[in-house]
Design a protein around this ligand. Sequence first.
Ligand code: COI
Length: 356
Amino acid sequence: MEIIKELVPESERKPVIEDCLKVKFGHVFTDHMFVQEYKDGKWQNGVIKKVDNLSLHPGALVLHYGQEIFEGAKCFKTASGKFAMFRIKDNIARMNRSAAKLEMPQMDPEYAERAIKELIKVDERHIPTQEGCSLYIRPFMIATEPGLGVRPSSNFIFCVLLCPVGAYYPEGFKPAKIYSTDKYSRSAPRGTGDIKCGGNYAASLAGGEEAHKHGCSQMLWLDSRTHKYVEEVGSMNVFFVKEGTVYTAPLAGTILPGITRASVITLCKDNDIPVKEEALEIDELCKDIEAGRVTEIFGSGTAASICPVSELVYKEGRYVVSEGKIGPVTQKMYDLIIGIQRGNVEDKYGWLTYLD
Ligand code: COI
C-alpha cells in the first residue's frame, strides 16, 4: 500500500507556534493530516493532505452509535537533535485491540507506523523544541457507512492529526485535587473500559463536571460493581505510594492498559521501587492518607504524562496527601519518563522510534 502526498504549498503553511505552553491542549493543528479509507473489504491507499473537514453522510454510523476508537501518542525533539515517537508500536497494537472489540477493521501495524512517521516528517517544523512541549499524535478511526440500523459499518476512515502541545492540564506538573463518588462509573466488567473508544470519554463527562463542582479537576473512578475499589483518575491510570510500595489497579478488563502506566511499572521495577498491581479500597485509602501511610498519589497518561495529586475529596472528607507537595516517587517517574522521551536518559527498553 502506498502513501500519497497532496501537500499544502509552502507559501500557504501555518506559522510555527512560538510558545506551545500558552496554547490550549489540542487546539492548534499542524498543516497536514493522514486519511485512509476502508471500503470493499480492504484499506485503500492513504493520503497525507491539508487538515480539512471530513465529508460524512449524516447517517454515518459513527454519528449515531459511536463506532469510534482513538489513540494518543507523542513525538519529541531529543537531546541529539533527532525526533522520536514514544512507544508508538504499543499505541498501534492497542488500536488494533480496540478495533477488534468494536467490530472495526484491523490495520497493518507497519503501514500505520510508516504513515504516522511520514506525516510527522512532512510537518516536522511544527514539532516543539521547547521544554515541556511535544507533538501530540491523535490517530482515530470512525464508521462512515450511512444507516440507522444498529450494526457494524462496512466502511471506515482512519485519520491521524498532529498538535503541538504543552501541558494537558493548564496547571502543568502541579498537584491536582481529585474527587470521588459512587454516583458515576467509568466502565463495567466485560464492557469497553479496557479499550480506547470515544464513548468511554463521553460517559465520563458528567462525572468530570461533578468533580469540578467540588473544586477538583478530576474524578477518581471507583469500580462499577461494588463502588469500593479505585480504578482510574480523570482520563488517566492512577498510582498510590503506600508504605513505600507503589500500587495501581490490575488490568482486569475495566482499566485502560495505559502505555505510560506500563512504563511506570517497568521503571519502578528497574529502580528497586516495589510495585503491585492491586486495587486499593477507597475507605482504606482515605484512612491511610490520614494516617500518613499513603504518601503519594499520581495519575499517568500520554497527554498529561505524570500528574501529581495533592488532595482527595470523598464523602464529607478532604484528605491532603504529602502536605500538598510532589513526592519523590512521583518526581522520579516524571523525570525518568520525560528524560527517556527527550533522550536525556538512556532508552534501554527501545521505547523510542526515531523518524529516520
Ligand atoms: C491521552 O492521555 O493521550 C489520552 O488519550 C487522554 C485524553 C483523552 C487526552
